[in-house]
Design a protein around this ligand. Structure first.
Ligand SMILES: NC(=O)c1ccc[n+]([C@@H]2O[C@H](COP(=O)([O-])OP(=O)(O)OC[C@H]3O[C@@H](n4cnc5c(N)ncnc54)[C@H](O)[C@@H]3O)[C@@H](O)[C@H]2O)c1
Length: 347
């Protein structure tokens, strides 16, 4: 496996660039970043990656819907991480056809390219907790700063029914099911990670996606934050290095992990509501933060906490970076890159 190439679609994005860095530092294989650079700001990630002077980095500017180019990239790969996606629920509502083309059709092209050219490759897919829908059946109570799960459970496990909600939920959910099925039907070594909210360095968060980074950016710039809903919705936060450790665990234990689906998030101890994050940032950054309320967004879950039990049991993984430590690190990165971020937000 060591001398085969590694492909990361969406490799210039937030999670992709962190994954690329980790692989380039630890492995000798050629790491191919395949990205169409459509997400605003990610060209800075690519520039940063290039500035590190890794000898084994290759960049291909390409779209996952370009099957011919994709097949060239997949040839000779021992690992494929499929991260490229249209990532915002809001944009998916505005243009569901574009969203479906990138997220569902694009994933199918990547799977087909792997099946035809590198059928022995490990295939990791970044799915989402949005495949579980609004989770209206969960028993909750409303606290002062957050919704609280009153059922005796650790959170949402993989046994939860699928309930795709929003075009983004539908397109990612479609891909999630195809990836799983390519194990059953074609024997590809696929693993699906249904990710909660991931945050960390190199995240150009905006109002549509990447809310932790977005809140920090707004606070630093002294701009008002828009909260969609009442701000009491809870998310379990996972620092990106922990997520990448989980991909590594799946790779090492691929005989166990292949064909499996894992929920992954920071768990109950790393959950924050939007209001609680703002309160934390106020203290940490020692400044007043202004915010306003707007309508709820479609399919927004009041509580999402990932039950990571299966990951722990099967792959020995659990989160290690606390939300406080991880968020402090992200504040530092944003402070150091605020000029670039300002330019990205303006353009
Ligand atoms: N960040 C999170 O909290 C989170 C949570 C759940 C799931 N995910 C999933 O993880 C993956 C990575 O997310 P991220 O946060 O790094 O987002 P990101 O937007 O930073 O990265 C996505 C990358 O894909 C690229 N891309 C978009 N369309 C493309 C196309 N048609 N062809 C080639 N490249 C294309 C973009 O330019 C970008 O660099 C996505 O699949 C996303 O759905 C992320």
């Amino acid at each position: 496996m060591e001398n085969k190439n590694i492909l990361i679609t969406g490799g210039a994005g937030f999670i992709g660039v962190n994954l690329a860095k980790s692989l380039l530092e630890k492995r000798n294989s050629q790491v191919i970043v395949y990205d169409n650079l459509s997400r605003k700001g990610v060209e800075n990630n690519l520039q940063w990656l290039r500035s590190q002077k890794y000898k084994n980095l290759k960049f291909i500017k390409g779209d996952v819907r370009d099957y011919k180019k994709l097949k060239e990239a997949v040839k000779g790969c021992g690992e494929v991480y499929h991260l490229a996606a249209q990532v915002a629920v809001t944009s998916s509502v505005e243009d569901p056809i574009e969203d479906f083309g990138i997220n569902a059709e694009g994933a199918l092209y990547v799977l087909e390219a792997v099946r035809k050219l590198s059928p022995g490759a490990v295939f990791i897919f970044t799915s989402t907790n949005k495949v579980y829908g609004e989770l209206l059946h969960l028993k909750l109570k409303e606290g002062k700063t957050r919704y609280i799960l009153t059922e005796k459970k650790k959170g949402v496990s993989e046994a939860e029914s699928l309930d795709f909600h929003s075009p983004y939920g539908c397109s990612k959910g479609t891909a999630d099911q195809y990836v799983r099925d390519y194990y059953r039907i074609y024997g590809l070594k696929t693993v699906v990670f249904r990710q909660s909210c991931i945050y960390g360095e190199h995240q150009y968060g905006n109002e549509d996606q990447g809310w932790v980074a977005h809140f920090i950016i707004k606070s630093l710039l002294g701009r008002k934050i828009n909260i969609y809903g009442d701000g009491k919705q809870i998310r379990d936060l996972l620092e990106v290095s922990d997520l990448i450790r989980a991909y590594g665990a799946a790779l090492r234990k691929i005989d166990k992990a292949k064909g499996e689906i894992y929920n992954i998030g920071g768990g109950a101890e790393n959950a924050f509501s939007l209001l609680e994050l703002i309160a934390f940032l106020k203290k940490e950054m020692k400044k007043e933060i202004e915010y306003d309320f707007d309508e709820w967004r479609p399919g927004d879950q009041k509580v999402f906490i990932s039950d990571n039990t299966k990951l722990k049991k099967e792959l020995g993984w659990s989160p290690s970076v606390s939300k406080e430590k991880g968020i402090r690190k992200l504040i530092g990165w944003i402070e150091n890159n605020i000029d670039i971020i300002k330019r990205v937000n303006k353009g």
